[in-house]
Ligand binder design. Structure first.
Ligand SMILES: *[C@@H]1O[C@H](CO)[C@@H](O)[C@H](O)[C@H]1NC(C)=O
Ligand SMILES: *[C@@H]1O[C@H](CO)[C@@H](O)[C@H](O)[C@H]1NC(C)=O
Ligand SMILES: *[C@@H]1O[C@H](CO)[C@@H](O)[C@H](O)[C@H]1NC(C)=O
Length: 397
């Protein structure tokens, strides 16, 4: 008997070890209920657990108010969202964030579930697309100071503001993320990143009303691969130069992406009369297909929406080692390639290789404009590239 119990105890321990090596905290909730307190409680328990643990939000639709899931945690934490959480309008009114993960080292988010920001009513009362004087609306999901993280199989729909914001993280992978909002939804950037080192965004589909992915200051070593973008405003580095405290950007690779029906394709934008002097270097866009994209390839160092800046003073953001390579498809207007660099700090070491972009409108053919840059040309150039010394673009100062 004694040995029988001994073996069964060992068996049970083995089973626990293999099938549940993470302690599981289920978030209770009846369909339609507000799970904010239950989720906070489950996360707090998981975060305090001395061994890796997991928080599970089951299938079904739930309401969720503003929530910050904050570390540091004693061991890695995994959050599995199987159902749909809906932003509870009343409780997040006037807030600038909805769901926040912060200060966690060793984090996973997965489960196939959805964050529904229910932005429809909020977009109508906002005019952020026309002016800076806009109401603060909550960003749907924030990752602040989250390191060594794997975020996959998650959907964000109808964010009131940005869908996903990532700041000051290290070694994070985003894989198989879906982001959906209508093209008229203002300011709904898909994924905005700043001040992170070592982030990958892979196999992700983004259809939204603003930039699919926007890369802010201080980003280092970002890989964007196999992303499909559109509708939206394309994949953008910047805008840079609007704040005094900004840091350099370096090592941004965008490859094997498809961009369709967007306002811009691949873009770098910096403000004139910049409030800082920084360098953005090692920015490479490669193997990109563009379908019906207005402004497919654009460096815009005169970015100044709604004339909110002094355009006479050139941008002081230095662009160095920039490459656009193997980019093909169709342009929605004749401005296929625009390289408008700063006259104070002309772009350095810009390579344009194998570009094949066609435009079929009556005002064609497609054009290739350059100012304050002498690009190194490699392989096919369609449209015909600007040549020789600095060519001023029509309309540039
Ligand atoms: C990066 O994060 C992953 C978890 O997503 C982890 O497995 C890996 O060890 C981390 N890499 C480094 C160099 O810390
Ligand atoms: C991306 O890579 C796959 C192969 O891995 C290829 O089939 C596909 O055409 C590529 N897409 C682009 C846009 O380059
Ligand atoms: C191209 O995109 C515009 C909107 O940006 C749309 O009106 C037009 O129908 C699209 N054309 C094609 C051929 O998809």
């Amino acid at each position: 008997m004694g040995s029988y119990f001994g073996i069964s105890t060992i068996l049970v321990l083995c089973l626990l070890g293999f099938s549940a090596n993470a302690e599981v905290f289920n978030v209770p909730g009846s369909p339609g209920s507000d799970i904010t307190p239950a989720l906070l409680k489950a996360f707090t328990s998981a975060c305090q657990a001395p061994t890796p643990s997991k928080v599970v939000i089951p299938k079904g639709e739930f309401k969720l108010g503003e929530i910050a899931m904050t570390g540091p945690c004693k061991a890695p934490v995994e959050v599995t969202l199987q159902g749909t959480v809906k932003a509870d309008g009343g409780s997040i009114a006037g807030k600038d964030r909805w769901v926040v993960f912060e200060k966690i080292n060793g984090f996973k988010l997965n489960g196939g579930g959805t964050f529904d920001g229910e932005g429809n009513a909020a977009w109508r009362e906002n005019n952020c697309h026309k002016t800076f004087q806009c109401k603060k609306l909550p960003i749907s999901v924030r990752f602040d100071f989250v390191d060594n993280a794997d975020i996959r199989d998650i959907t964000s729909i109808d964010a009131k503001n940005f869908h996903i914001n990532v700041i000051s993280g290290k070694n994070m992978t985003f894989d198989n993320i879906k982001i959906i909002a209508p093209d008229h939804s203002p300011n709904t950037d898909g994924i905005h990143l700043g001040r992170c080192d070592g982030v990958k965004i892979l196999n992700t589909k983004i259809a939204t009303g603003d930039d699919c992915i926007s890369v802010g200051d201080g980003m280092k070593n970002l890989l964007i691969e196999k992303v499909v973008c559109g509708p939206g405003h394309g994949i953008s580095v910047g805008s840079l130069g609007n704040y005094v405290w900004e840091e350099d950007v370096t090592g941004i690779t965008v490859k094997n992406c498809t961009i369709q029906g967007t306002d811009n394709g691949v873009r770098i934008k910096t403000w004139p009369s910049s409030k800082c002097t920084t360098t953005a270097s090692g920015i490479h866009f490669e193997d990109i297909i563009l379908n019906n994209v207005s402004n497919p390839i654009i460096i815009d160092q005169e970015y100044c929406p709604w004339n909110q800046c002094n355009k006479q003073k050139p941008s002081s953001i230095k662009l160095v080692d920039i490459r656009f390579k193997n980019i093909r498809g169709t342009s929605g207007n004749k401005d296929a390639v625009k390289l408008l660099c700063s006259k104070g700090f002309p772009c350095q070491n810009v390579e344009i290789g194998n570009i094949d972009i066609t435009y079929s409108g009556a005002d064609g053919p497609a054009t290739f404009q350059c100012s304050n840059v002498v690009p190194k040309l490699v392989g096919t150039q369609n449209p015909k590239a600007c040549t020789g010394p600095v060519v001023k673009a029509p309309g540039s100062a």
